[in-house]
Ligand binder design. Sequence first.
Ligand SMILES: *Cc1c(COP(=O)(O)O)cnc(C)c1O
Length: 360
Amino acid sequence: MPERIYNFSPGPATLPYEVLQEASRDVLNFRDKGIGILEISHRSKEFSEVIQEAEADLRELMDIPDDYYVLFLQGGASTQFAMVPMNLLMPDKKGAYLNTGTWAKKAIKEAKTIAKVQVAYSSEDSSFDHVPTDDQYDVDEDAEYLYFVSNNTIYGTQFHKFPEKGKMLVSDMSSDILSRRFDIRPFGLIFAGAQKNMGPAGVTVVIVRKDLVNRAPENLSTMFKYKTHAEKGSMFNTPPCFSIYCVGRVLKWLKAKGGVDAIEKINREKAKILYDAIDNSDFYKGHARPDSRSFMNVTFNLPTPELEKKFVEEAEKEGLSGLKGHRSIGGIRASIYNAFPVKGVEELVEFMKEFERKNG
Ligand SMILES: *Cc1c(COP(=O)(O)O)cnc(C)c1O
């Protein structure tokens, strides 16, 4: 393995090295066919196997029952901000939303152009430093679903208990899908851009209960209907073949690691190492309230923006890359998704101690 930096980038994010090796081999020559994965027809037997295996592995890893479709779509998670209300709310139904950060806010803005929206809770007044508990908000009786972002990538907060408000759940799980085990039954729909925890950019996984795809109005454009893609096994048009292939390799890697339970254990350990370092120091201050802390994106501040800038620059020189917080909140953000190694977290903590000793 060549010398590689530790990549704390929020997304596209670090991928397992084994997957990169397999992918570079298969770009040149896929399964000894004398042709690369980028060049194979999406209608070929080879690619059919790739997409079917990816779906089967995702179903196995997440325990997805038969009455859900698994779709591989394009347009990023952001396209789902519109597709969800187009398919589930048009022409005049209502969706309830929890505003817990930038990605929730964007989804709300989009939904408002399409349907009726209730913003049932917002943590904006406290800089999105927490997610709500069930007793902190009410959901309108006539709302079709309750939408929430399971992990707020930018603010570093995460739902550790999903809402239970007697409503069908819809969730943007872009930055924590496959990081922990949960029961999918209360969910009508889950979507996730692959580029955080599942693969490269270019494909968005949508898991949708089968009966829901029939709700879209007839006159909705073909490409925006889940039904179109569900009926054709995500092959209505050319799918993002290479991204799907890579997701498939990441899923095999995850299975070999012991699956979701095993990775959840490691994710908790990694986050604990980092939060302990923050809690044991007066120099570093966590952004998220302890009960809402994310296991995937750890956000914290230093005493001044100048020190934060210096921290990011010096870390970069030590091979600790991508630590600059999102422009909307500043500070430091360490994204430590499934493929991020424990060793990299330990090295960051060492660096933090050293930096505090020199600058504290
Ligand atoms: C990154 C991210 C998005 C945006 O994904 P795109 O694929 O760039 O549209 C949406 N939601 C969450 C939670 C994210 O982390």
